[in-house]
Design a protein around this ligand. Structure first.
Ligand code: SME
Length: 164
């Protein structure tokens, strides 16, 4: 039987090789991160803002906005512990919020955003950065999204480790 889970699995099986190709293709790191954002935003119907926050090397308690695709955000610098991004950095774990209206420690980018998923990118046990996705759909995320995005974060961590 074909259901939403099967559709997601099929979609992500198709997208993962494209992400790997982006990472392996020549180009600087930010260009690759930008291409990943562009691909995910274009291909996943409920991804309405896709971006990377990178840990500030000079001030490791801050995350700085990197490449993204979606509406511009005022949150270009986020302290660890603040908002959904800052809390994911603090716990070093994926943070899924299916309904942002229920969150008190939340930094709103746009009133259209209903849900958010943030995954830390860990290098040597430290948060090198994060992948952050906003959705205009309520409760759109399932374990399939988390697994796929986790694989992307591992690939980006390998790139970071390699000095890319
Ligand atoms: N909502 C995030 C801030 C980043 S924007 O979603 C792009 C948060 O609460 O940390």
């Amino acid at each position: 039987m074909k259901d939403a889970t099967t559709d997601k699995v099929t979609m992500y099986e198709r997208l993962l090789p494209s992400v790997k190709e982006i990472i392996e293709r020549p180009g600087d790191r930010d260009k690759k991160l930008q291409r990943i954002c562009d691909l995910l935003r274009r291909e996943v119907p409920y991804f309405d803002w896709v971006g990377f926050y990178l840990t500030d090397a000079e001030k490791p308690d801050d995350l700085v906005l990197g490449p993204y695709n979606g509406a511009p955000t005022e949150h270009v610098r986020i302290s660890v512990g603040t908002g959904i991004c800052g809390r994911a950095a603090h716990t070093r774990r994926m943070f899924v919020v299916q309904d942002v209206s229920k969150e008190t420690n939340y930094l709103a980018c746009s009133p259209e955003v209903k849900a958010e998923i943030v995954l830390p990118i860990l290098v040597g046990g430290d948060v090198w950065g994060e992948l952050d996705i906003d959705s205009h759909t309520l409760a759109p995320f399932s374990s399939e999204d988390g697994e796929f995005l986790g694989k992307i974060c591992s690939l980006v961590a390998d790139l970071a480790r390699a000095g890319g």
